[in-house]
Ligand binder design. Structure first.
Ligand SMILES: Nc1ncnc2c1ncn2[C@@H]1O[C@H](COP(=O)(O)OP(=O)(O)OP(=O)(O)O)[C@@H](O)[C@H]1O
Ligand SMILES: [Mg+2]
Length: 267
């Protein structure tokens, strides 16, 4: 287990958040969503973020993406300060944000159109991702013809199309049934190993958080602070069922639950 704020050599760091505070002002007054967050994520690392509802998890991802401005502190992507919407990231939202009138292929290629990427290369990458995520045969299907899990896979393909350095995922599997979610976890883990992308995943599932991550960030109720950063000392290759039985998995998951339980009491 490491301490709530850690440091790494700059070159190894994909995401560096220091002393981050975010406040929102509204008619009802001021809300401090995040308070004094410090987090360094290594290149290629998979970090899960858990915490009570309203503790600022989505806000943290939005700040990293450059969609929300910090009120204090700093955020860097690959050593470069984040100013405005970032291009070298992929974002998977809680609800699959697919365009209903576009096919699977066209939804994925939207990413290339918006970024003005080379069409031939994007099409080849799109075909590769479709194959990798098991969507082969559904290239020309419309979103309403897909299951929830398949729609999320399309969102994942779209987020990966431009080979982002950092993939931000905000409760991507929250709306799925337990079995589909399990399958998506296994698939995401494989994709992460194959692509080497840095991932920040927000989830309410402790099992999902621990199974997928190198480290788990546990946050307090609002104003969100990092209560603990837990290392998950399991091999990179993780077979789903047997991983859940590992003493390391059980001990980290129990600690996360304990911290979330304490947070719920404080809420
Ligand atoms: N644009 C905004 N304007 C005003 N307040 C906001 C805004 N975005 C978020 N907040 C407030 O900031 C706090 C944190 O919100 P956030 O969406 O980050 O929480 P969360 O941890 O993602 O919650 P959940 O688990 O329910 O998704 C909440 O109190 C929310 O009301
Ligand atoms: Mg949220």
């Amino acid at each position: 287990m490491s301490t709530p704020t850690d440091t790494l050599p700059r070159t190894d760091t994909a995401v560096a958040v220091a002393d981050l505070t975010v406040r929102f002002s509204s008619k009802r007054g001021e809300v401090t969503a995040l308070h004094d967050i410090g987090l360094h994520v290594r290149r290629g690392e998979f970090v899960s973020i858990v915490g009570p509802s309203g503790c600022g998890k989505s806000t943290l991802l939005k700040v990293v993406a450059g969609l929300t401005d910090p009120s204090g502190g700093s955020v860097e992507l690959g050593g470069v300060p984040v100013r405005g919407a970032q291009r070298n990231i992929g974002y998977v939202f809680q609800r699959s944000a697919l365009l209903e009138w576009r096919t699977v292929r066209k939804n994925i290629l939207l990413q290339a159109e918006m970024r003005g990427l080379n069409k031939r290369a994007a099409e080849a990458e799109c075909a590769r991702l479709i194959e990798m995520t098991g969507l082969g045969g559904f290239e020309n299907a419309l979103p309403h013809e897909l299951s929830g899990g398949m729609q999320q896979r399309v969102s994942l393909c779209r987020a990966l199309l431009h080979e982002p350095e950092v993939l931000l995922m905000d409760e991507p599997f929250g709306a799925l049934d337990a079995l589909t979610r399990e399958r998506m976890n296994i698939e995401l883990h494989r994709i992460w190993r194959e692509t080497g992308t840095t991932v920040l995943l927000v989830t309410h599932s402790v099992a999902e958080a621990v199974y997928l991550a190198n480290r788990v960030v546990v946050m307090s109720p609002r104003p969100g602070r990092i209560v603990e950063l837990l290392d998950v000392d399991l091999p990179a290759h993780r077979e789903y069922a047997t991983t859940m039985e590992q003493p390391e998995f059980i001990s980290v998951a129990n600690r996360v639950r304990e911290l979330l339980g304490a947070a719920a009491h404080a809420d």
